[in-house]
Design a protein around this ligand. Structure first.
Ligand code: PNS
Length: 163
């Protein structure tokens, strides 16, 4: 049986930390579907289509990306997972402070869909402080993004925040 995992998130935008988790997930599952939450209740800088395009650009040509697909969804994550025949959700945990929110989310998803498990992966240590919101803050003030996000994302952020 092929193992299918969803890697869900807002990805507004994708960071080097997200890419690190995605690469790790591809080593554990036969197929990984990056699942971009759109019309989430959070206000996003990039539209769903823009986020998908950026993710596709970031993974293009990477050897490990052969079994990766990128999709968007609205509604409940577990409903989307069932539709995609995925029984695992992958989430990155950078620090202990992430864990409380992640634990609550995983338990909620488990209550809604007992057969779907959440697997937590740790990124490389160098990415443990990177978050999409910190990246947007640096971009807003025109800081150097080169160690936080892939080049395509840095350029897209600069364009968004150009005054
Ligand atoms: O990158 P994020 O913003 O931490 O990702 C959170 C996300 C999109 C995975 C989460 O908010 C989500 O799954 N939203 C869809 C609605 C849902 O299923 N909620 C129940 C779980 S709390």
């Amino acid at each position: 049986m092929k193992t299918i995992a969803l890697y869900p998130g807002s990805f507004d935008p994708m960071t080097n930390g997200h890419l690190d988790i995605l690469e790790r997930a591809t080593k554990l599952f036969d197929r990984v579907i990056v699942t971009v939450a759109v019309n989430n209740r959070k206000e996003a800088v990039f539209s769903g289509d823009e986020r998908i395009e950026l993710i596709e650009t970031c993974i293009a040509g990477k050897e490990w990306s052969k079994n990766v697909e990128v999709k968007q969804f609205t509604g409940l994550l577990v409903d989307h997972a069932k539709k995609m025949n995925a029984n695992t959700l992958v989430r990155g945990v950078r620090q202990i402070s992430d864990f409380e929110y992640e634990f609550r989310m995983a338990l909620t998803n488990k209550r809604l869909a007992p057969n779907i498990d959440t697997v937590f992966l740790m990124p490389d240590e160098e990415f443990t402080f990177i978050s999409a919101s910190i990246v947007k803050e640096v971009a807003y003030w025109d800081g150097d993004l080169s160690s936080f996000v892939p080049k395509a994302v840095a350029e897209a952020l600069k364009k968004k925040f150009r005054k």
